[in-house]
Design a binder for this molecule. Sequence first.
Ligand code: SF4
Length: 462
Amino acid sequence: MTDAARPRTMEEIDALCAARAASPRPDEPYPYAGPLARHVRDGDRRLLRLAYDPAPASLRLWNFLLTEEDRLREARAAGHKLVGAMKDLGTVTVLAYAYPRVTAFYLDGAWWIPCIMEMSEGLLGVASAHGAGEGMCPVRAMLGAFVTRRHFPIPDLLVSSVGAVCDDLSAVAQRLESLGHPILWWEMPARRAPEPGEPAVPLPGGLRAPASQVALVRSELGRVRRALDGLAGHALTDAELAAGIRAANAVRARLDALREIVFTAPACPLPALEHQIAEMLVIHFCSDRDETLRVYDALLDEVRARVAAGTAVLPADAVRVFWVNPVADLRAMNLLEACGGRLCGTEFLFCHALDPLPEGVEPMEALARAALADPMVGPASDRAARIAADARRFGAEAVVVSRIPGASHCAWEGEAIAGAVRDRLGLPVAEIEVPPLTDALAPSIRSRLEALVETARARRRR
Ligand code: SF4
């Protein structure tokens, strides 16, 4: 690792930015720029405990992520309608962004607020007081954010899938509705394999589903489209929707290129923490699709330059780890690298938002197929097969399945995934639980990760 790529503290990053801005050739100015310290003053205290990539492109990524709530307020002030989507992670927002003057975001993302603010905001306590207690996944922070109204603006329209969704999100969304926030529910069936001889349709990601299920989802998304027409005061045309799908695919193509370089480069060109954040942008473009494209382009320029120069952010012998499930505490990504690992493949619950949407079919059909490819609406065996295939493709040497405390989807799925990876690839697998703040558990998480890395290194010597 060169000093230029050495991870920095937040204070070092801000000093670096100030020095760059004062230089005769300041970095290209970009929207949302500013010192990370301003977010700490607003309560984002976790920023003080993270290690950052010093590249200007990575700073641009952080500033983009951390200014989303302001961006949503500005969008509303500019006359945009706000859509709060839940659970489908990558379909309803593609539809919503096809409209002029509509900004959509996933409320599920609130589950990082307790981490970023180190619990100082009290959202989980508020959620508990409203019936969503500690036995549930941190997505219950969303409920607290609605009650306190101190985070994102309350959307003009709430949309949630129902049916093949986890109990936690379903319970929280129902509680929201009982508190006076009406929700447009749309039905998502549990995806199943087509029966022999049953008409079937290919889905993104290589799956197939019965044509009848795709038709059902298409019809349900048609209800969402009509509601959006009413909200926006604009009857969306198929041509506009097709353009929205092409725009989403442009974003997905950039993320795909980033993943390919980061996961396959001989030495790691982008830290795991920044990579995870970058992946998150794809589901609702962090409420600014154009800036998402520019952030990806800047990251791509950076990682290509680093690979060409042979510059790495980690030692060349770091163990290649495939990571399953997002981490409630972002610091876990720093921990992985401190233990000798590097990210080499991910499945953060939304691989269907990474795959290109079909462009050769009617646009509503494309959305329906993409929605049904969601790994969380099908059997765990489908998800495990995709993880094993991607882990093989990226040359993973070990797999981490991180569990989310209280998350109903984690109850048995982790075991199924771990079993499939061991059976198909023979790789060592570690299951770890990552709460919103890992500080108290850091020693045990660290020893699990170190043991995994050591096991993978020992396999190299065989
Ligand atoms: S239980 Fe799992 S799928 Fe459901 S909201 Fe929590 S993390 Fe997401």
